[in-house]
Write a protein that binds this ligand. Structure first.
Ligand SMILES: NCc1[nH]cc(CCC(=O)O)c1CC(=O)O
Length: 314
């Protein structure tokens, strides 16, 4: 079935946060749709929406609390019809969407690795005993504490520019940023090294952009199917099923990464104690048609191996 395409008089409205990375992702989505349907830029309107997570910068996310700190206002606009699609970093997305919304369109995934960012040090192994490292990611803090219990961790929030300024000011000697974000912003040079997944397993869905829509919007469903990246969809199906079974949120140190090899899928996962005193990890291989089951099975295995008090906040 074909539908009427958006045009400059009736543009398709693309909702996004206002951070430089979010804006880049919205423009990338527009570029993909323009190319797929030979449409001019003016057939799309990028609508910037303020979200709670971007307003409060002086507190770690887990203290602000609640789910969807970066998504609630955007999803409300989508449900109310103020925008037609919403572009997200999949890493920040809860595993379940509100009633009436679907999130099943992904752009090709970027580099999944974390980058080691430091003005003076070349890598983790290079950090002196007791060095101060900045990160507000529960996962990165736990992984770091596990590997280097001697390091001192400080909270580090804000966009890339803010974090670079904090390094300049000497608040910390190193930090971590997703290579995906750095690459997209043309700032990969600030990373001294990209950390192999074997050394630091990335967050579920790291590096993937997802596009959310209303369930009943057949035209948008049809348009998004033209830009959906199948391989990314399969990998995220496995990773997000893993996360969902673990009931993961931004309060839970969980890492997971799926890799495709033809029709086969390889999923690795890790759960950690927030203080980094213990990590439980495992892997599964299977066929791509079983992606979600693979994720659930791996989560079950890790939960089964975890001592009762492992998730200390329960
Ligand atoms: N939690 C913030 C966030 N969400 C997505 C990215 C980077 C881009 C991506 O992974 O898609 C980042 C910043 C970071 O972790 O360095």
């Amino acid at each position: 079935m074909t539908h009427a395409l958006p045009n400059p008089a009736q543009p398709l409205k693309i909702g996004t946060r206002g951070s430089p990375l979010a804006l880049w992702q919205a423009h990338e989505t527009r570029r993909a749709l323009m190319a797929a349907f030979s449409l001019p830029e003016a057939a799309f309107e990028i609508v910037v929406i303020k979200v709670t997570g971007d307003q409060i910068l002086d507190k770690p996310l887990k203290e602000i609390g609640g789910k969807g700190l970066f998504t609630r206002e955007i999803e409300e606009a989508l449900l109310e019809g103020g925008i037609d699609i919403a572009v997200h970093s999949m890493k920040d997305m809860p595993t379940l969407q509100p009633e009436g919304l679907v999130l099943d369109c992904y752009l090709p995934r970027e580099d999944v690795r974390d980058g080691f960012v430091s003005p003076r040090h070349g890598g983790l192994a290079d950090l002196p005993q007791g060095a101060v490292v900045g990160s507000s990611s529960l996962r990165r803090r736990a992984q770091l504490a596990l590997r280097r219990p001697d390091l001192k961790l400080v909270e580090f929030r804000g966009n890339v520019q803010t974090r670079m300024r904090k390094l300049d000011e000497g608040v910390a000697v190193a930090t971590f940023l997703a290579m995906a974000g750095l690459n997209r912003l043309g700032m990969a040079h600030v990373a001294r090294a990209a950390i192999a997944p074997e050394e630091m397993l990335p967050a579920v869905a790291q590096g993937a952009i997802g596009i959310e829509r209303r369930v009943a919007d057949a035209r948008v469903e049809w348009m998004l199917s033209a830009i959906h990246h199948r391989e990314t969809g399969i990998r995220l199906a496995a990773e997000r099923a893993f996360l969902q079974r673990l009931d993961g949120s931004c309060e839970t140190p969980i890492a997971g990464l799926a890799i495709l090899d033809g029709e086969n899928l390889w999923l690795r996962g890790e759960i950690l104690r927030p203080d980094g005193t213990e990590s439980i990890s495992g892997a599964r291989r299977g066929v791509i048609s079983d992606a979600a089951a693979l994720g659930r099975d791996l989560a079950e295995e890790l939960l089964g191996r975890a001592p009762k008090d492992f998730f200390g906040w329960h």
